[in-house]
Design a protein around this ligand. Structure first.
Ligand SMILES: [Cu+2]
Length: 158
């Protein structure tokens, strides 16, 4: 079963389609980045991480050449206000568990964009994990304005 899955993945990659990216111990799926107006200097990316290992790992950093600075961020409520904060110490992914980076929660923050990010574009983001694993994900840029949960985030200052 595992072999079949790997073969299918390899075929998909040859075809230039990478809905799923697999490092040694993690599987990345549902990547997407927010399309922003050309004047915007910041954007955010979201994805799902599955930990295939029997031990906890931590997403410690994200990198991309699309922005001057890339940080791992989260959101929290402060009174009535939803605020972003820089995640210190990384985002934990429990053993055999899953973490979703999604609008209104954890996200990869791209600050100081070096080029525009419009729907249909693609950006490369490299994820670094505490076990030394890295995964480079091709992240499609999408118009996320219609996503309800996105309202809180887009209304916030970055
Ligand atoms: Cu952020």
């Amino acid at each position: 079963m595992q072999l079949i899955k790997k073969l299918a993945l390899a075929t998909a990659m040859v075809a230039g389609f990478s809905a799923t990216t697999q490092a040694a111990n993690v599987e990345i799926s549902k990547p997407m980045a927010r399309a922003v107006p050309a004047v915007s200097t910041n954007s955010a990316a979201f994805l799902t991480i599955d930990n295939k290992e029997n031990k906890n790992i931590t997403l410690i950093a994200a990198e991309s050449d699309v922005a001057a600075r890339v940080e791992l961020h989260g959101h929290k409520m402060e009174g009535e206000m939803m605020r972003m904060f820089k995640v210190e110490g990384g985002i934990p992914v429990p053993a055999n568990g899953q973490v979703k980076l999604q609008s209104g929660g954890y996200h990869v923050m791209m600050m100081g964009l070096k080029r525009s990010m419009k729907a249909g574009d693609q950006v490369d983001i490299t994820l670094r994990f505490s076990d030394g694993d890295t995964a480079t994900v091709k992240v499609p840029v999408m118009d996320m304005r219609n996503q309800k949960k996105d309202m809180a985030h887009s209304a916030m200052k970055h």
